[in-house]
Design a protein around this ligand. Structure first.
Ligand SMILES: Cc1ncc(COP(=O)(O)O)c(C=O)c1O
Length: 316
């Protein structure tokens, strides 16, 4: 039943024409188009969510589960991706949402619900304890046995899915790129990518979408907890969070609009917009040596644009 989504497994690697952007630097940029990694029947089950959920869905099915239960904020890409994947593959889904219910529902939750997800709200204090045995037992008592996927989808099986990203890029590239850049929230995608990279000369830069400098430790812990190592060197860049998770500034929105106009590629204001802004800014500042080939991972998440638009007006 999962074979139907296999062909979407290989997302394109696309060269970006930097002569279209006022950047006077001799580097090359390629986009790993994971935003195109989806099944047309479930377009929000896409990008890094596709990679993170794939092995979890297989495990849930193998263990005989019929219900997926997961966690997220009201604008979570992961919540909607899980609802979409659940509907596609015949799982019931329960979304445990942080905070109070707001009616009418926003785009994310409305569409999760449309896909059959049952939404259950936890106040912020209880939500913070969501991974404790007490809360998990309480949820199980209420909803019955479920396959539980953590917030953001990050677990060992998610890392297994993301570990394919490196060899895929290396295969499509023919050699190892000097740099791979990607957006980070929980760090799961980055830890998975790092664990799968075969070539030592690649440097991976994770651009944090959140304020704070905890992600370096988080990625290290994820690698250690899952007994995985990496051959690549890596770092977390914390300079482009624009004030924190889901925060933005007008220059970020201008950048996203311009990027769409020039390359006809949409970026979202929460993750990939900040990532590409950061990469282009660093290129402009000469932070990448001349001749560098940089692969930037477009991890999807474009439904985030709709949430932005509901609050702020049309993006384009
Ligand atoms: C589109 C997109 N890119 C990147 C990330 C960050 O991924 P991770 O939480 O694995 O660091 C997320 C978060 O979930 C996301 O939705």
């Amino acid at each position: 039943m999962f074979s139907a989504i296999e062909p979407a497994d290989l997302s394109p690697l696309q060269a970006l024409d930097l002569s279209l952007w006022p950047l006077d630097r001799s580097v090359q940029v390629f986009i790993k188009r994971d935003d195109l990694l989806f099944d047309a029947r479930a377009p929000y089950f896409c990008g890094n969510k596709w990679r993170k959920l794939k092995y979890n869905l297989l495990a849930a099915r193998k263990q005989g589960h019929t219900t997926l239960l997961t966690f997220g904020g009201a604008y979570s890409n992961h919540i909607l991706a899980t609802a979409d994947a659940g509907q596609l593959f015949g799982f019931s889904t329960i979304g445990i949402v942080r905070g109070e219910e707001h009616v009418p529902l926003n785009f994310t939750l409305r569409n999760a619900q449309k896909r059959g997800m049952f939404l259950h709200y936890l106040d912020r204090t209880t939500y913070r304890k969501k991974n404790t045995t007490e809360i998990l037992q309480r949820l199980e008592a209420e909803f019955g046995p479920c396959y539980v996927i953590p917030e953001g989808g990050t677990n060992a099986l998610a890392m297994q899915g993301c570990a394919k990203l490196g060899p895929e890029i290396e295969g499509q590239f023919g050699e190892s790129p000097k740099y791979i850049a990607l957006s980070c929230g929980t760090g799961g995608t980055m830890a998975g990518l790092l664990s799968g990279l075969e070539m030592e000369q690649t440097k991976v830069i994770g651009f944090s979408a959140l304020k704070g400098d905890f992600l370096q430790q988080e990625v290290q812990d994820l690698l250690a907890e899952n007994q995985r190592q990496t051959k690549a060197s890596w770092q977390i860049n914390t300079d482009y969070h624009f004030g924190g998770y889901a925060k933005f500034k007008p220059e970020l929105i201008d950048f996203i609009r311009r990027f769409k106009m020039v390359y006809d590629i949409a970026l979202d204001p929460v993750y990939t917009g900040k990532l590409f802004y950061g990469v282009f800014d660093l290129i402009g500042k000469g932070s990448f040596p001349n001749g560098s080939r940089i692969v930037v991972v477009h991890s999807g998440g474009l439904q985030g644009i709709r949430g932005f638009e509901e609050r702020r007006g049309k993006m384009w």
